[in-house]
Design a protein around this ligand. Structure first.
Ligand code: ADP
Ligand code: G6P
Length: 473
């Protein structure tokens, strides 16, 4: 196995500071878990941003660096202006909305491109400094779309992979970006470009044809004398670990408490980052519609929506939060009583055990993004149901819908249809719930995050290296 250099905007760690000092702890996310094994075994490093450490004292910073080095992480520091323009600006106010089809949310003036470009170049410089011949480089996600080409210019012989964790939109959407050609050329610096679904691969191929006149033959495209491969690698989760968590006695005790509190009620669950792509307002209105048209459900249904604060420095996220707050208030005002409220809205992060307990306690899980590259929450819910119960209601616009066809698939723009699906889920006979959940679980367990890492890296390792440049005599 060659040494693996992983590159992502965020390092897979969280820096915590309290009265006892600073500590660097590993994150629990899917990417971090899936790549931990290959990262440690290969003896490589992970390069990325450790988050805002500007308020730490110099000795605290030194301690963070030492702890990061122990975890084989190489930090890149971002200035306040870079955070605002590269991360919040171009990454999250241009590329994020564009790839999720929210083209109207993009600022009128494209002011942050230069900083995005510069930070991508800085990432590439840092990676090149860490590189040793024979290493494999794996770059992750939309914040770093230019890194593969910057790396190719610095390391013509290197093996470089890139994975796009969010949707790749239709070429009709993508080509509205002023810097569309640079971005696509940026990706073409890689030997292998991975997406979650075949639809995203198809959109990317059409974009290459429309913008650069490049034709994809099966899964390959020729660019500047090199062959670039494209592929669909649907990301999975650490299914075994979620299943184990969901069987722990402490988690089962929490499940019992959730259920006891609502013995007469059915529990409906939503778990998301608070992001406007997640479709929370329409989901809330669908719950409201069911209560409106079927009075028998009033007082018998408890909807818990867990929302983890995200990108709070970006204005659209603040506005979205207000919208959600207002809707929750409206529905509870209309359908609550002195004994209970229909919507329990929790704006905070939960640990994996708490999440597993909620997943296992839920009768119905609502995963209804208007667009989502994959959506791992849907898979976590299935993994946490060794009891083979619970119904998943899933948006057709989540990448996960390609794999999880035995969920109740809904159009998240069709509120009435979602209210129907919720009712169907609540009334579903146990036998049908079990049959569906068995199939969903088999898929999630077989195609887990370890399968994903293996299949991407095996394909990358099998790509022929770029031919050496022949200098004219
Ligand atoms: P995205 O990558 O857009 O956030 P995913 O569903 O693919 O969406 O992944 C979200 C991850 O964040 C999941 O692993 C999920 O467990 C975690 N997560 C979501 N909501 C919360 C929360 N309230 N607290 C803690 N973790 C959360
Ligand atoms: C999505 C993106 C990731 C990103 C994550 C959290 O999953 O694909 O690249 O890291 O959201 O967002 P944040 O902006 O907090 O890193």
């Amino acid at each position: 196995m060659s040494r693996l250099l992983l590159v992502s905007n965020r390092l897979p760690v969280t820096v915590k500071s309290d009265k006892d000092g600073v500590s660097v702890v590993r994150s629990a996310g899917g990417l971090a878990t899936g790549l931990r094994g290959p990262h440690e075994r290969s003896g490589g490093v992970w390069i990325g941003w450790p988050g805002d450490v500007s308020r730490l004292t110099p000795p605290q910073r030194a301690s963070v660096e030492a702890q990061l080095a122990e975890l084989r992480c190489v930090p890149i520091q971002l200035s306040a202006s870079e955070v605002s323009r590269y991360y919040e600006g171009y990454s999250n106010q241009v590329l994020w909305p564009l790839c999720h089809y929210f083209i109207e949310r993009i600022p009128r003036q494209d002011r942050d491109w230069d900083v995005y470009r510069k930070v991508n170049e800085r990432f590439a410089d840092l990676v090149a400094r860490q590189y040793q011949p024979g290493d494999t480089i794996w770059v992750h996600d939309y914040q770093l779309m230019l890194v593969p080409a910057f790396l190719r210019a610095r390391l013509p012989q290197a093996r470089i992979g890139y994975f796009h964790h969010i949707p790749f939109p239709s070429s009709e959407i993508f080509r509205s970006l002023p810097h569309r050609n640079e971005l696509v050329r940026g990706l073409l610096g890689a030997d292998l470009i991975g997406f979650h679904t075949h639809t995203y691969v198809r959109h990317f191929s059409s974009t290459l044809m429309r913008l650069l006149g490049l034709e994809t033959v099966v899964d390959r495209v020729e660019h500047e004398g090199r062959e670039v491969r494209l592929g669909a690698f649907p990301m999975g989760i650490d299914a075994q670990s979620f299943e184990n968590l969901a069987k722990e006695p402490a988690v089962l005790e929490e499940v019992r408490m959730h259920r006891e509190k609502s013995a007469e009620q059915r529990l409906v669950l939503g778990v998301d980052r608070l992001d406007y792509t997640k479709g929370i307002p329409r989901r809330l209105v669908a719950v409201q519609r069911l209560l409106e048209r079927e009075p028998a459900w009033r007082g018998r249904l408890r909807f818990i929506q867990v929302a983890v604060p995200s990108r709070t420095g970006v204005e659209d996220y603040a506005t979205y939060r207000e919208q959600v707050d207002e809707l929750v208030g409206r529905i509870n005002g209309l359908y609550g009583s002195v004994h209970n409220v229909p919507v329990h809205y929790l704006y905070r992060s939960f640990n994996e055990k708490q999440l597993a307990a909620l997943y296992r306690a839920a009768d119905v899980m609502l995963v209804t993004p208007t667009r989502d590259g994959m959506n791992l929450v849907a898979k976590e819910f299935c993994a946490a149901r060794p009891d083979e119960d619970g119904v998943l209601v899933l948006s057709e616009f989540a990448g996960a819908a390609d794999e999880l066809g035995d969920a109740l698939i809904v159009n998240p723009y069709d509120v009435e249809g979602m209210a129907d699906a919720l009712e169907t889920a609540l009334d579903m006979p146990q036998e049908e719930r079990r049959t569906r959940m068995r199939i969903l679980r088999a898929r999630v367990k077989e195609y887990d995050v370890h399968w994903w890492v293996r299949s991407f890296l095996d394909t990358l390792e099998a790509t022929p290296l770029a031919p050496p440049r022949v200098e004219p005599a």
